[in-house]
Design a protein around this ligand. Structure first.
Ligand code: ASP
Length: 319
């Protein structure tokens, strides 16, 4: 079989990016895309590339994942991540992690070393100990600073979860939806996807979002494509969004058409839609797609004929 030209797309979340924070975030997605692409060019797998690209963004500290994770309402970290291999449809996911440095690596270990797909909390932390996965002291000063900002807004009645749409509109600067994700196609024609997050700020303890749920935040299938989602997880869960994008690609839509149709679905099917969603995708020919209904989507890609990664704070916006 003729070798495929590798492609990678990464995102750093659909949050509202202001001037101050956007520069390090754009640098972060660019470097993550570059890192993954170099691996793909060397012949490494799409799975390796998405895991390393996401781990890089977890370590960056500027995204809501890994080191930069938002804190829950009790001021604790509860991180989650998932990974999926499009060749075998194997998947691994973790949730409610407090001190694992790279949740995406633990998700991969769940996929490769256990018979399960999704392990959370103490059980996942136990696996992290057994597999000698790197741990960190949490939370950091940066995380606490942001938590206090959210908490203050909550106490002042400005952070009202059921009225999130209004809240994001009025206070975009306090809301961080900066989950990270990556999708890739390798030289062998295999696809993979990975997503990692701290979840939505001030979430209830124990809340699980879309990012670790296979089909909702992450999906990859060599017969269709790969997708990673960002935004309010509850919306992606209700529409099984990442799998929906892959199904559209399977039925002949381009990667771009598929993500746009899925964002339209969010806009039309979820009442009082919170404009928070962003999607990236790649199909089995290496064609890419990116769309959002949020103000921004921080993302980057490297396609076969490009030498340099392209990074941007917007893609196709559908409101
Ligand atoms: N999807 C993530 C969640 O709901 C948040 C995000 O994308 O930033 O946990």
């Amino acid at each position: 079989m003729k070798g495929r030209k590798p492609t990678i797309v990464v995102h750093g979340g659909a949050g509202k990016w202001d001037q101050n924070r956007s520069q390090p975030a754009l640098e972060g997605v660019k470097k993550a895309a570059e890192l993954g692409f170099e691996m793909l060019v060397k012949g490494e797998s799409a799975l390796d590339a998405v895991v390393e690209a996401v781990a890089f963004m977890e370590d960056a500290g500027v995204f809501n994942a890994g080191k930069g994770s938002a804190l829950n309402i009790e001021g604790n970290v509860e991180m989650e991540a998932s990974v999926m291999d499009g060749e075998t449809l194997r998947a691994g996911a973790v949730g409610l992690l407090r001190d694992v440095k790279n949740p995406v690596r633990l998700a991969r270990l769940v996929m490769e070393k256990s018979d399960h797909v999704f392990v959370v909390g103490d059980g996942a932390e136990k696996l992290a100990r057994i597999f000698k996965v790197e741990r960190v002291d949490a939370p950091s000063e940066h995380q606490l600073k942001r938590y206090n900002l959210y908490r203050q807004a909550l106490l002042e009645g400005k952070y009202d979860l059921p009225k999130l749409a209004r809240l994001i509109k009025d206070y975009p600067e306090i809301f961080s939806l900066e989950t990270v994700g990556a999708v890739a196609l390798d030289k062998k024609g295999n696809l993979a996807a990975a997503t990692s997050t701290g979840g939505i700020p001030l979430k209830l303890p124990g809340r699980i979002g879309d990012s670790p749920l296979i089909g909702c935040g992450t999906y990859a299938d060599n017969q269709s494509g790969a997708c990673s989602a960002t935004g309010i997880g509850e919306i992606a869960i209700r529409l099984v969004l990442a799998k929906t994008v892959c199904d559209r690609m399977a039925s002949g839509k381009s990667a771009q058409e598929a993500v746009e149709e899925a964002i339209r679905l969010v806009n039309t099917r979820i009442a009082g839609t919170i404009k928070s969603m962003g999607l990236i995708a790649v199909n089995r020919r290496g064609e890419i797609g990116a769309a959002h209904n949020s103000a921004n989507l921080c993302w980057a890609y490297v396609a076969p004929d490009l030498q340099e990664p392209v990074a941007s704070l917007t893609a196709k916006i559908l409101t």
